[in-house]
Design a protein around this ligand. Structure first.
Ligand SMILES: [Fe+2]
Length: 211
């Protein structure tokens, strides 16, 4: 039987491997920073698990859509799903019908948090890292934040937009860099999307804002 701590330590090891591999795809310097900081993590702390309906309904399919390079990581996320604290995004923020639909059909889980009180097994003052899951046919509208952010697609092909660029399909294996204050959004079509993402700057003073 694998303990939650073993699941979490295994995810860190797989993310180190993924970050090193993905440096050849994009965001090389930022991913190198992430790898360095993953080597400086605190000892794992217990996390109160929490789930969301999007996880119980769509994580298995997103995992099945991973490419070969991400298959082990995808399987590890699935195996660890009940040990993670899956959260709703934009807690307390009001919006229109589309925004409400998005919030019901999107969840994220922190593996590494900068805030020592955040529900994450690991903490680092200059790193945030976790997973996101977006159900099919969900529009995550344009938003921005100060922190530089790298998304790595594990499973599912959605359409992503950055600033004035077009909506662009991003298959598993893609690396997507958002510089400080870049407007960005993501739409799913008939597939859910599972990512791992990391913030490597301004980790403690960034809150995403819809634009
Ligand atoms: Fe973002």
């Amino acid at each position: 039987m694998t303990t939650p701590q073993e699941h979490h330590e295994g995810l860190v090891e797989l993310l180190q491997v993924a970050a090193i591999r993905n440096q050849s795809v994009g965001a090389a310097g930022h991913l190198a920073t992430a790898v360095e900081r993953l080597g400086q993590l605190t000892e794992p702390a217990p996390v109160r698990p929490a789930t969301r309906s999007v996880v119980t309904e769509h994580l298995d399919r997103a995992v099945s859509l991973a490419d070969a390079a991400n298959a082990e990581l995808a399987g590890a996320v699935f195996a660890a799903r009940e040990t993670l604290h899956w959260r709703v995004a934009y807690e307390g923020v009001e919006g229109d019908e589309a925004f409400t639909h998005f919030r019901k059909n999107y969840a994220f889980a922190l593996l590494v948090a900068a805030d020592p009180d955040a529900p994450a097994p690991f903490h680092h003052p200059e790193l945030a890292m976790g997973f996101s899951l977006q159900a099919p046919n969900v529009h995550y509208g344009m938003h921005h934040h100060l922190a530089v952010e790298i998304y790595n697609i594990i499973g599912g092909t959605g359409e992503w937009k950055r600033n004035e660029g077009p909506w662009t399909p991003r298959p598993p294996g893609s690396v997507i860099l958002h510089e400080a204050w870049d407007d960005h959004g993501m739409n799913t079509t008939d597939q859910p999307t599972l990512t791992w993402w990391t913030w490597v700057t301004d980790v403690t003073n960034s809150t995403p804002v819809m634009t």
